[in-house]
Write a protein that binds this ligand. Structure first.
Ligand code: NDP
Length: 247
């Protein structure tokens, strides 16, 4: 029987996911660092914790997801925290600036194939991983699903004409709106169970996804805070470091 709580972070070989993995390890979790490129995970795993493990996991590949779930079941028999962090900002040509990506992926012009690619990771990937991990989450004494979303996906905030962020509405932000809807629907479905479901916005962060923003150390704070909440904490929340966000 494995005594430490077990956390899986998807897309954790770099960026915000890697920092969340490091912080959860520091708080006593056995961290499974999900990476679609196993070797990229292995390159950074020693900086996470001695007992952390890389797990090959492409969230758009059902065989990879099934293998990861089987491996966790065999080794640990349960999962205490699932952080659905893997995400993409676009699904088209590399090398575009953030401004270009927004312009080219607005709803009036976005190529449906590009929209499908963004949703494949940010929406269907999250749901596929979550469904595969649910039996393991049910086997934990208390479990949390934390979906890394964005305040730019908030339909309420985007309805406010004074909100400057609404100008970035694009493939990416609509995928986060869909992710929020799924988060809320799952939280409602699992109400009264041991599994809490949350959406968290890490805030604008300088990573390979974004040219601008704060450090990953700041971005990891809210997801980690939510992961550490006690088993009697509320479910179905959407928050950032400043507090509750409206759906
Ligand atoms: P990065 O681009 O630095 O990291 C993204 C991670 O996701 C990488 O590890 C990448 O793997 C992985 N990934 C992408 N597609 C897949 C896939 N199909 N299967 C498994 N892993 C995959 O981005 P961030 O760290 O900035 O983003 C992390 C999360 O935070 C995302 O969900 C993003 O939407 C969200 N977010 C980011 C903000 C920001 O300002 N940066 C703001 C709000 C939310 P690989 O290395 O192989 O490409």
């Amino acid at each position: 029987m494995h005594n430490k709580p077990v956390a899986l972070v998807t897309g954790a070989n770099k960026g915000i996911g890697l920092q969340v993995a490091k912080d959860l390890a520091r708080h006593g979790f056995t961290v499974l660092l999900g990476s679609r490129r196993f070797e990229a995970g292995e390159k950074v795993i020693h900086g996470v914790a001695p007992h952390a493990r890389t797990i090959q996991l492409d969230v758009t590949d059902s065989a990879s997801i099934a293998q990861a779930a089987a491996r966790i079941r065999e080794t640990y028999g349960r999962l205490d925290v699932l952080v659905n962090n893997a995400g993409v900002g676009h699904g088209g040509a590399a090398g575009r600036s953030n401004a270009q990506i927004v312009t080219e992926t607005r709803m009036s012009v976005v190529k449906l194939d590009e929209l499908r690619t963004v949703f494949a990771t940010n929406v269907f990937g999250v749901l596929a991983v979550t469904q595969a991990m649910l039996p393991l989450l049910r086997a934990a004494p208390a479990a949390k699903i934390i979906n890394i979303s964005s305040s730019t996906g908030s339909l309420t905030l985007n309805s406010d004409s004074s909100n400057p962020l609404r100008q970035y509405a694009s493939a990416y932000t609509t995928s986060k709106s869909a992710l929020n809807a799924i988060t809320q629907a799952l939280a409602i479905e699992l109400e009264g169970t041991k599994i809490k479901v949350h959406a968290v916005c890490p805030g604008l962060t300088a990573t390979d996804m974004s040219e601008y923003g704060g450090p990953v150390e700041d971005a990891a704070r809210e997801p980690v805070r939510v992961a550490l909440l006690g088993s009697h904490s509320p479910t179905g929340t959407f928050s950032n470091a400043q507090g509750t966000l409206p759906w």
